[in-house]
Design a binder for this molecule. Structure first.
Ligand SMILES: Nc1nc2c(ncn2[C@@H]2O[C@H](COP(=O)(O)OP(=O)(O)O)[C@@H](O)[C@H]2O)c(=O)[nH]1
Ligand SMILES: [Mg+2]
Length: 339
């Protein structure tokens, strides 16, 4: 089968055609130039889905939890798409947890779309590709789009912050401390999940986490972290929302419905308080700035042999400061293409 132009995929994507969705997601992920206009088009049709980020250190049980959560959401009749950004993600159709939890439970269900993204280095970066893939899935009519990210690295954090609701997963057995603190992701939590609560040491993890949240909660701060929305700590949460701690066991299927209820409650709270708009504005700002950076990098790379080279030379020999050279570059590259 030949190459279907991206523009022709768009109407099919909007109808929910899984083949077209898969193709456009792939093109978003790899940053294909040909797909640019189609992705811009798709963006304008997106905005209905509830974007849920699931983040936590490797091995905390994210993928297993996402599978269980997806099955729970499906039982409410909603369609779910999953974008897993985790090189070690087992979303490959095999079994994750032996007999109890199988991808099979959700694999083959046309109301579920799963895509793992493990590759880096594509032009424009992982964050852009992943978020445009989310746009495609949103526009395609998935009610919930779940993004699984390892809570480390700039790209992952960028993606996690594009969610409406972020679930931070902590687990027993991964060391004495709450790992989310070390990873610096605790403050992005709208909901805390303590996974693997079938394990005897889970009670301690739950107690530690609750202590930490109680100790460090104070006016103007969350967990001792000042709420500076421009700095990116979960904007849109106000006094009306206190991130709950939900104990879950994917093995036993416990706490999954509670987790879904908390996630749904958070989205409802964002809507009712008007904070959803604040969060959307924040996401718009981050994505727009990131896109600007991508465009500049692309232009820089394209002009590397010409004008850029002359400017680099001027900076190397200290005739121009990096700042002055950058301003000139911006001036000169402005009339450029439409990337
Ligand atoms: N005991 C127990 N183990 C779990 C549970 N959920 C996941 N695991 C195990 O924890 C490990 C990591 O799970 P995975 O979902 O791949 O974690 P991820 O790296 O955060 O995506 C695997 O060996 C799972 O079988 C659970 O509810 N209970
Ligand atoms: Mg995983």
């Amino acid at each position: 089968m030949g190459y279907v132009p991206s523009a022709d995929l768009v109407p099919k994507v909007l109808e929910g055609d899984l083949r077209a969705i898969a193709r456009l997601v792939t093109r978003a992920e790899s940053g294909v130039d040909e797909a640019r206009a189609a992705l811009d088009d798709v963006f304008r049709h997106a905005g209905r889905a509830h974007i849920v980020g699931i983040t936590g250190v490797p091995g905390s049980g994210k993928s297993t939890l996402v599978t269980a959560l997806t099955a729970a959401i499906r039982r409410t009749g909603r369609k779910v798409a999953i974008v897993a950004i985790d090189p070690s993600s087992p979303f490959s159709g095999g079994s994750i947890l032996g007999d109890r939890i199988r991808m099979g439970e959700i694999a083959g269900d046309p109301g579920v779309f799963v895509r793992s993204m493990a590759t880096r280095g594509a032009l424009g970066g992982l964050a852009r590709g992943a978020l445009e893939a989310v746009d495609v899935l949103d526009a395609a009519g998935f009610d919930v789009v779940i993004i699984e990210t390892v809570g480390v690295g700039q790209d992952e954090v960028e993606v996690a912050r594009a969610a409406h609701t972020t679930v931070v997963v902590s687990a027993p057995g991964l060391g004495d401390d709450i790992q989310a603190i070390k990873a610096g992701i605790l403050e992005v939590a709208d909901v805390h999940a303590v996974s693997k609560c079938d394990r005897p040491d889970a009670n301690r993890t739950i107690a530690d986490l609750k202590n930490m949240l109680a100790l460090s909660a104070g006016p103007g701060t969350r967990y001792g972290v000042r709420l500076a929305s421009k700095a990116g700590a979960a904007p849109g949460n106000d006094a009306a929302w206190r991130p709950p701690v939900i104990a879950t066991s994917s093995v036993r299927g416990e706490g999954i419905d509670d987790l879904l209820a908390a996630v749904d409650r958070h989205f409802a709270s964002l809507r009712e308080t008007g904070e959803l708009d604040a969060r959307r504005t924040h996401i718009a700002e981050r994505r727009m700035l990131a896109a600007g950076e991508d465009i500049l990098r692309a232009r820089f790379a394209r002009h590397r042999d010409g004008r850029v080279f002359t400017l680099l030379d001027a900076v190397r020999t200290r005739r121009l400061s990096p700042h002055a050279a950058a301003l000139r570059l911006l001036d000169e590259l402005q009339p450029g293409g439409s990337e």
